[in-house]
Design a protein around this ligand. Structure first.
Ligand code: SF4
Ligand code: SF4
Length: 131
């Protein structure tokens, strides 16, 4: 079913409820997109893990300012354990993750093109988990 038929005209305030049930499409890196982290984000994670900022950079950051990803493009901190609260650092997640989708309707739930790209990765991740 096309994404637009699933969510015809849901207000963005209500749509945020979907995050609790969503497999985290926005946590899969698409070509050309980058999740940007700043020093505050990195320090928040350091305090969360009780390690230094440098250790956060070594373990989780690639380049200067984004998370490492797995082969399927998922954020290294995305958990396969639960369908809700899938971010393993939810309380310490970066600002960009907190703000997305910026009080707008979630683009992933409304775009067949985005879902077509990401859904197979999500399904592979789930299958790997239950295999
Ligand atoms: S912002 Fe969209 S893609 Fe991300 S968890 Fe919420 S509903 Fe899913
Ligand atoms: S930090 Fe959490 S919310 Fe942000 S991309 Fe990674 S798994 Fe998703």
């Amino acid at each position: 079913m096309p994404a637009q038929q699933i969510l015809p005209s849901l207000p963005s305030t209500l749509e945020s409820v979907y995050c609790n049930f969503c497999p985290g499409y926005c946590c899969y890196r698409l070509k050309g997109s980058t999740l940007l982290l700043d020093a505050t984000d990195i320090n928040r994670l350091a305090r969360h893990f009780n390690i230094t900022d440098g250790e956060v950079r070594n373990r989780y950051i690639e380049g200067k300012n984004t998370f490492k990803t797995r082969e399927d493009g998922s954020c290294i901190l995305l958990s396969n354990e639960r369908m809700c609260k899938r971010c393993s650092v939810h309380l310490a997640r970066p600002a960009q993750c907190r703000l997305f989708p910026y009080d707008l309707p979630c683009p992933y739930l409304r775009s067949d093109a985005l879902l077509t790209q990401i859904q197979p990765r999500v399904e592979r991740a789930v299958l790997q988990k239950i295999a």
